[in-house]
Design a protein around this ligand. Structure first.
Ligand code: AMP
Ligand code: MG
Length: 464
């Protein structure tokens, strides 16, 4: 089946978007196409030629969405500066945004060129592919298409377009935009979003409180999953927080190797605002901004807004409940409780700076890794304590990946491609990442953490 669009977003107030046209690309070439995603969308690969995937053959007029956001704490009015929604594709009664990233300038581009480099689009492809396989709710990448142009960043590189697929690209920041720029549309917009993403709430008598609660619940689920696999998003601005709890905007993200709650790799995050261990409090802060944008919906019913505020006040408890339940699974602890044991493990990780991913495999099957940190007295004691209450292997295997996209492996594969050596390294990596829980490998080259010096120097960038 080919793409078929039914774009409801265009029925909203025109102040919420701009009609746009992708830039001309004379000779687009498909670098990667995601066959798993094609299947999930009911699309036949041969019906997705490069000219369609690069926006050269259009089914309807694309749009760029307007939104706002708190970027590193400061409020700004923004919009898709290098993204264009091709349309909403409906398959098996699910609706998906199909969006191009890097297809040219839009009215919201500010000083940006609207383009993207092939390495950053391949990088987003790999991370989103891995996150999907890891069972973390995420945007997905349908394909990467080279445009033939040269894009100037820190180094000049071939340009590319990524085709990104999400349930929708509606974010906390879209509500902030509507509340501040088009306040008369707030109620209609909220109803649209509820109807589209949380339809079971449409008829409840306190639907906006319930909506907030659901968004909080999905976002907590998402961030707890990030903590489970050691993911650092890197730029948790409110414009990058989806209302459906989908991880998206894979810019300066990274996976943690050596356990460090202060780990941050982004070049612009000098103060560690979005460090691994801050993601919980940053989510809470973002939800408070989201709550503010919903406030006008409660003008006639202030007591309901109090209920919303009470939900937000319960954030810490709700998050911790979910977090400790996830950590119990990582340690194979069946019953409730176990918080002390979990904290012992975290203390040890903090002190030893051991590899986060491999530690849980080593707890499950001692002797998996030759790393001397696992022969230490400290680790032996920790394992004994966990063994008293947990180490149920079946539970552990579902929660602890064997493989994550380790940053240095991704960079190496991207460099191979940029140096003209093709996709074989990247393909091998994607193959391993397709089934991250299933392998019995230990000490495979895809499981090895990088030399510590690599992580100390590793820097990721926005807008690449
Ligand atoms: P991000 O940091 O990716 O969330 O982007 C923040 C804002 O900058 C969004 O409005 C983006 O669309 C915009 N932006 C990022 N890179 C570019 C670019 N190369 N050209 C135009 N706009 C961009
Ligand atoms: Mg963004």
């Amino acid at each position: 089946m080919p793409l078929s669009f039914d774009t409801t977003y265009k029925e909203l107030d025109p102040k919420l978007y701009s009609r746009v046209k992708p830039k001309d690309v004379d000779d687009p070439t498909v670098v990667l196409l995601n066959d798993r995603l094609c299947d999930d969308l009911g699309l036949a690969e041969e019906e997705l030629p490069a000219r369609v995937l690069s926006g050269q053959e259009l089914l309807e007029e694309p749009i760029a969405q307007a939104y706002a956001g708190h970027q590193f704490g400061r409020y700004t009015v923004l919009g898709d500066g290098r993204a264009m929604l091709l349309g909403e594709h409906v398959h098996d009664s699910s609706r998906y945004d199909v969006q191009l990233k890097g297809a040219g300038r839009t009215p919201y581009s500010r000083r940006g060129d609207g383009s993207a480099t092939v390495s950053s689009m391949l990088r987003e492809y790999v991370y989103s592919y891995a996150m999907e396989s890891l069972g973390v709710k995420t945007s997905r990448s349908l394909g990467v298409i080279e445009t033939g142009e040269a894009v100037r960043r820190r180094r000049t590189e071939p340009g590319a377009i990524l085709v990104r697929v999400m349930e929708s690209h509606i974010r906390y920041g879209t509500f902030q935009y509507v509340a501040s720029q088009v306040p008369e549309e707030l109620e209609g917009f909220a109803d649209y979003v509820i109807d589209r993403h949380y339809p079971h709430l449409s008829d409840t008598d306190r639907k906006y409180v319930d909506f907030f609660e659901e968004v909080m619940r999905s976002s907590i689920g998402m961030v707890v999953d990030w903590m489970r696999v050691g993911f650092i998003h890197g730029v948790m601005n409110t414009d990058n927080m989806s209302v459906t709890g989908e991880t998206f905007d894979y810019g300066p993200c990274a996976f943690m190797n050596y356990y460090d709650e202060d780990a941050v790799f982004s070049s612009v995050d000098k103060r560690g605002r979005y460090a691994f261990g801050n993601q919980k409090s940053m989510l809470q802060w973002n939800l408070a901004r989201f709550a503010e944008s919903l406030r006008p919906l409660f003008e006639g019913a202030p007591h309901e807004f109090d209920e919303l505020r009470a939900t937000l006040d319960g954030f810490e408890e709700t998050f911790d409940r979910k977090y400790y339940s996830m950590m119990r699974e990582k340690l194979g602890i069946g019953a409730d409780g176990g918080r002390e044991t979990i904290n012992t493990v975290l203390d040890w990780l903090r002190e030893s700076g051991a590899d986060y991913t491999n530690t849980f495999i080593e707890l499950e099957t001692p002797g998996s890794f030759a790393d001397p940190v696992y022969s230490s007295e400290g680790f032996r004691r920790v394992r004994e304590e966990v063994a008293d209450v947990g180490l149920d292997r079946e539970t552990m295997r579902k929660a602890n990946p064997r493989y994550i996209p380790r940053n240095y492996l991704v960079e190496r594969a991207l460099n191979e491609f940029l140096e003209g050596n093709g996709l074989s390294e990247l393909d091998r990596l994607l193959e391993v990442l397709e089934n991250p829980y299933e392998s019995n490998d230990t000490n495979s080259r895809f499981q090895r953490p990088p030399p510590e010096a690599f992580d100390a120097e590793y820097t990721t960038y926005c807008n690449t």
